[in-house]
Design a protein around this ligand. Structure first.
Ligand SMILES: [Zn+2]
Length: 377
């Protein structure tokens, strides 16, 4: 049995000192430190730093040169191992709009890695299938030639490995697809890369959409007489919203508003691509040329092409630009996304009975240690 002492523990509603977390692969107890006999445990000294839940990234394409759409199991493991350094303990490898056979190959690669019993890094929860069922008018950096008519059967056939998928609710066949997947109940339906009107977005929500793919980016904006997908996603409390909090995709002046509107339905994501953790230069995303300069990744025509954000940086940015408490800011990158995809009973917070996915970080949210299933990695 292990225990962490001398930390400031970030619980769901408060930050407590003078307490210890006792765990094996799951959290066994959170007790006053004076009740701990150090001889009985393998002790980890947090040295006054924050002890927070492991982060959960439900929308990340790649890292360290690898991309989930490559269909390469070794690449998936490379990403999984790399993002541990950013405090991520669970993730959803996220595929792009690529050819259908490439997509199926990518699904198989993730299936293979997920089935392996040995350690490969952050835990794979399942795939986020972003596209191909999107609107060409809001394709962003997705390849137009591979966009397909929404097909609920395709999602259901792969529901063993899919956790969520993106659909533009205004496209022909989209509502039927949404209803089918929602009724099946295994894969979360997200709206995104969409040109839907407010009414079309609301119809999508009524049909089973309960998540919004990177709010504001690649969707109809909020206008006062035409509230668009942003208006629908912000207004409906059933809808959880992803936010790329890299200070570039969305003006940080809006973080406060989104946090207030969405509360525990705010999900910080990275949307990180293979250029993440790498030097500035030339990369690819879904087969398209991307140029990384600092925190910006752009296609040649200037279209934003994903990010190089790290999830711990997103927490830091949100803390800086909102009045969220430490508990709330960490929850936005752990418990909220875990709950959105139906994993909230097992991961996402420091509670007895959950997996011991724990990070130790300083006040600037620099990650010092990452613990997955009770193992320091
Ligand atoms: Zn993405």
């Amino acid at each position: 049995m292990k225990c962490i002492i001398n930390g400031r523990i970030v619980l769901t509603d408060s930050v407590v000192s003078e307490m210890a977390i006792v765990f094996d692969n799951k959290i066994k107890a959170i007790v006053p430190m004076k009740e701990i006999n150090p001889d009985e445990y393998e002790v980890i000294d947090a040295k006054g730093n924050l002890v927070a839940p492991g982060l959960v990234d439900i929308h990340i394409h790649g890292y360290l040169g690898a991309d989930a759409s490559d269909g390469d199991a070794e690449g998936i493991k490379k990403i999984a191992a790399g993002i541990v350094e950013n405090g991520v303990t669970s993730w959803c490898p996220t595929t792009m709009t690529v050819a259908k056979d490439e997509l199926l190959t990518a699904f198989d690669a993730v299936r293979k890695v997920k089935a392996e019993k040995e350690y490969y890094g952050a835990k794979i929860l399942g795939i986020n299938c972003e596209g191909p069922f999107i609107n060409p008018a809001k394709k962003g950096a997705q390849a137009e030639e591979h966009i397909l008519k929404p097909d609920g059967d395709f999602i259901i056939e792969n529901a063993d490995i899919l956790k969520l998928f993106t659909v533009a609710p205004e496209m022909e066949g989209a509502i039927e697809c949404i209803e089918k997947v929602y009724k099946d109940g295994r894969v979360l339906v997200s709206m995104g890369h969409t040109n839907a009107s407010f009414d079309e977005a609301n119809k999508g929500i009524e049909s089973g959409v309960c998540h919004a793919t990177h709010l504001f980016n690649a969707m109809t904006p909020l206008m006062h007489r035409n509230p668009g997908v942003v208006g629908a996603a912000l207004s409906d409390e059933r809808v959880s919203c992803e936010l790329i909090a890299d200070t570039f995709h969305v003006n940080p002046g809006l973080y406060k508003l989104v946090a207030k509107a969405k509360g525990d339905k705010l999900c910080l994501i990275t949307d990180c691509i293979r250029a993440g953790g790498m030097e500035d230069g030339d990369y690819t995303l879904g087969g398209q040329h991307v140029i990384k300069t600092g925190i910006r990744c752009l296609l040649e025509d200037g279209t934003i092409a994903g990010s190089v954000l790290k999830l711990n940086e997103a927490v830091r940015n949100v803390l800086k630009h909102t009045e969220l408490s430490l508990s709330e800011a960490f929850a936005a990158a752990s418990l909220n996304p875990a709950k959105a995809i139906g994993e909230g009973d097992y991961i996402g917070s420091l509670e007895v009975g959950k997996y011991a996915d724990i990070i130790i970080c300083d006040d600037a949210i620099n990650v010092i240690h990452t613990i997955i299933n009770g193992n320091l990695v």
